[in-house]
Design a protein around this ligand. Structure first.
Ligand SMILES: *Cc1c(COP(=O)(O)O)cnc(C)c1O
Length: 216
């Protein structure tokens, strides 16, 4: 972890850069302590991303004025935390889980992104490219959600640019074939190691942990 002054300096440089490019910066706070979140919130950061459901719930309750993005894997018994407390759910990749989360969404439509396994690695989460149109159609029938985009992670040590191009191409295909409508506008791709490439390839949101908070 970096000290407070460096954290704010890193954030200022990154957020100015992202603002200039029209890209939304998600601060991945999963390993960051609460005082680091307080510090960035005071500096002006609005979007935070968590990969553990209970931690998201706790932090969303503590800071309701911030926007909480869920980016992690989900088990059925944690679905309620996401349905009740997430502001955006990025890792929707299975229809059973979508139904489970939908039960806990009340009085609103939860914005979601469909996570696609663009790296092709078996251990990575996400729907396959072939399964994406059917997942899109099935999720779209659920009143609880608004599908706003696609999320993906590049293979570690692989060709990140190629993975990001694939995600962009999948989005274009869904739009052109009339499967998706214009609300499928977001491409959430790029982490500390590969975000400049992701932005070149059309990312609208990047998820930054280490480059902001330092090594955990
Ligand atoms: C942890 C995590 C990140 C942030 O990774 P860094 O390399 O530290 O920027 C981004 N996306 C997901 C899904 C993560 O779990």
């Amino acid at each position: 972890m970096v000290d407070k002054a460096s954290l704010v300096a890193r954030w200022q440089a990154l957020s100015a850069d992202m603002d200039a490019r029209g890209v939304r910066l998600l601060a991945v706070s999963k390993y960051a302590p609460e005082d680091s979140i307080a510090c960035l919130a005071a500096a002006g950061q609005k979007d935070f991303a968590e990969s553990r459901p209970q931690q998201l719930r706790d932090r969303a309750q503590r800071w309701p004025e911030l926007t909480w993005h869920f980016i992690g894997p989900l088990q059925h018994n944690k679905a309620k935390y996401i349905g009740r407390h997430a502001d955006v759910w990025h890792s929707l990749c299975d229809i059973e889980m979508a139904h489970e989360v939908a039960r806990y969404v009340e009085g609103r439509r939860l914005p979601v992104l469909l996570q696609v396994n663009i790296s092709g690695e078996a251990q990575k989460q996400g729907v396959t490219a072939d399964g994406l149109p059917d997942l899109y159609r099935a999720v779209r029938k659920l009143e609880a959600f608004e599908i706003i985009g696609l999320m993906g992670m590049a293979a570690e040590g692989g060709d990140a640019r190629l993975s990001f191009r694939q995600l962009k191409a999948l989005q274009q295909k869904l739009l052109q074939e009339g499967v998706a409508d214009a609300s499928l506008r977001e491409l959430c791709m790029g982490m500390s190691g590969d975000y400049p490439v992701a932005i070149e390839e059309g990312a609208t949101m990047v998820r930054l942990g280490t480059v902001l908070f330092g090594e955990s």
